[in-house]
Design a protein around this ligand. Sequence first.
Ligand code: ACO
Length: 396
Amino acid sequence: MTTTPNKAAAPSVDAPVAEAPAKPAPSAPPKTERPYSPGLEGVIAAETAVGYVDGANGRLLYRGYPIGQLVEKGTYGRVAELLWTGEWRKSAKLVPAPVPDPVMCALHELPRHTHPMDALRTAVSVWGAWRRPHWPPTVDQARELTAFAPSALAAFHRLRQGLEPVAPNPKLSLAGGFLQQLTGVDPDPANARALDAYFIVGAEHGLNASTFTCRVIISTRSDLASAICGAIGALKGPLHGGAPAEVVSQLHEIGSPDHAERWVREAIERGDRIMGFGHRVYRAYDPRAAALRKVAEGMSDMAEWLDVAVKVEDVVLRVFGELKPDRVIKTNVEYYAAAVLQGVGLPPDLFPPTFALARMAGWGAHAIEQASADKLIRPDARYVGPAEMDVPALGH
Ligand code: ACO
């Protein structure tokens, strides 16, 4: 229920002051007893069986299974099916699908300077216009979207370099097929496996900003393509999915671990955000960061970069402990995501849309779950504007 402020008459600009009857002072809007939580922090806005983020203990479960075990024992295809259907099946797999013609035409039309995140959002939008997925969203819709999205992003990356897109190799995994379509050659299996692990880690994370956006759109009985377009828009922001690219430039700016202490202190004192650190929910080490650090440690090309990253991380955590003792700020997933994504050869501006490719699984699962709850998400706002008053006459 929306609260209405009391009506209070405002002075008329037309009436002579002497003739105006005494007016009551404008009354303040009534105070509501309901609590207000800026940024919806701590507010429970949905029930979900998809994933569990245990911020206090640094645990992340997908349908009950710990993320570390899923990375060790799973593939992205199997994990995506688990998220969508709740079933853990050996036979479950996802292979890269070709880019549908209407989507490819749209990608050809985009200016080369288009940000790849915008290109991916456009690809999903055109897919929606072409396929017209109906509400409620289905597993088949989620599968189709998730399977062609990496091909569309890879096609755009080639087009912006003046290269022709390449057809996907259906014998590869979704992550491997993405690398193959970026470069035109079958990827090194170790790189394909590392990117597959990144996809697993990025697949789902509770009611984060982009997943919430997706659920809000589905709650209006809108379609999956619209919901995913909205989610990509939310993920684009530097406080959400834009962080790993900035981790790379941050480490580049710091240069050597010897400069880290001064750089970090000055940045925090200026009020800057250190990318790859802090999280709304985790007060313990982000388990996704731990899983990706392990993956990055297995990538021989990243050894030198990782050495600097680990030393800088130690300094950042120590300085945070000193300068922000009231807030537990730990390393988040994006810090080591930057290592893995660089290690497989992606340029930094492909980091956010690659995160979106991984998160397609979680978005789809939440969309399906939200539709089955079928409850419009429509919170309330606390009104802090002026009390009701008459519109002043403006004269002629
Ligand atoms: N660098 C510097 N200060 C930080 C950081 C950081 N990375 N994270 C939190 N803080 C400080 C804030 O300045 C604030 O301090 P103050 O109370 O003295 O003003 C306090 O901690 C609380 O910060 P909020 O922004 O209110 O906390 P919130 O829970 O909303 O922030 C967020 C979460 C946005 C992720 C934040 O930690 C951040 O900006 N991190 C850097 C960006 C980043 O790495 N994003 C990726 C997150 S993971 C993901 O989305 C997949």
